[in-house]
Design a protein around this ligand. Structure first.
Ligand code: AMP
Length: 191
C-alpha cells in the first residue's frame, strides 16, 4: 500500500487546510490540524485554550511542550493506524524531532512532506481575504499577519532543511485555483 503518513507544510495562507480537507477524502485518513485543535480549545475556554490564545492572538507559536503533548495524545488514537494527515505540525525543529520520536515509538515513519509554497504578498492578500470570510482574529490584523510570516520563516521553515535529506519533501506550487493545486497534490499519491 502506498504510504499515507503525510505532513502538509507551508506558510500561513498557503492553503494547507483547504487541501487537507480534500486529501483526507482521497486517502481516507484523519486530518489532524493543530490550528483547529487550538481553536476548539479556545472556543470552549479550556485551560489549554487560555494558554494557546495568548500566543495565537499575537501570531506566535504556542510553546513546543504544550503543542507536542497535544499531538502526542492525538497520535495514540487508533484511527492513525492506516495513515494520517498532519496539518500545521511540526512548526519548529524541536517539534519535528519530537514527531520523529513519537512515530518511531509507534513503529512508523513519515512518507511525504507536501510543501505548498506561495509568496509573502500572496500570503498577506489571502489572509486578509480569509479574515472577511471566516472571521479569524489572527487573520484580521496586518501586524499579526507579519508576525506569522516572520515566525514561519524563523521557526518553521528550518523544518524543510530537516526533512529534505530524508528525500520525502514534495514541492507544490500553491498558486492557482484550489482544484489546480489539488491536481498537483494528487500527483504525489498517484501510482
Ligand atoms: P493555523 O490554523 O495552522 O494557521 O494555526 C493557527 C495558530 O495556532 C498559529 O498561528 C499558532 O499560534 C498556533 N499553532 C498551530 N499549530 C502550531 C504548532 N504546531 N506549534 C505552535 N503553535 C501552533
Amino acid at each position: 500500500m502506498p504510504g499515507k503518513n503525510v505532513l502538509l507544510f507551508g506558510p500561513p495562507g498557503a492553503g494547507k487546510g483547504t487541501q487537507a480537507a480534500k486529501l483526507r477524502d482521497l486517502l481516507a485518513v484523519p486530518h489532524i490540524s493543530t490550528g483547529d485543535m487550538f481553536r476548539y480549545h479556545i472556543k470552549n475556554n479550556t485551560e489549554l485554550g487560555l494558554t494557546a490564545r495568548s500566543y495565537t492572538d499575537k501570531g506566535k507559536l504556542v510553546p513546543d511542550d504544550v503543542t507536542i503533548a497535544m499531538v502526542k495524545d492525538r497520535l495514540t488514537r487508533a484511527d492513525v493506524k492506516n495513515g494520517f494527515l498532519l496539518d500545521g505540525f511540526p512548526r519548529s525543529l524541536p517539534q519535528a524531532e519530537a514527531l520523529d520520536r513519537m512515530l518511531s515509538a509507534l513503529g512508523i515513519g513519515l512518507d511525504h512532506v507536501v510543501n505548498i509554497a506561495i509568496t509573502d504578498e500572496e500570503i498577506t492578500k489571502r489572509l486578509l481575504k480569509r479574515a472577511t470570510i471566516e472571521g479569524r482574529a489572527d487573520d484580521a490584523d496586518a501586524q499579526v499577519i507579519l508576525n506569522r510570516i516572520a515566525t514561519y520563516k524563523s521557526q518553521s521553515e528550518p523544518c524543510l532543511a530537516y526533512y529534505r535529506p530524508k528525500g520525502i519533501v514534495r514541492d507544490i506550487v500553491g498558486t492557482g485555483t484550489i482544484e489546480e493545486v489539488f491536481e498537483r497534490v494528487m500527483k504525489v499519491f498517484a501510482g
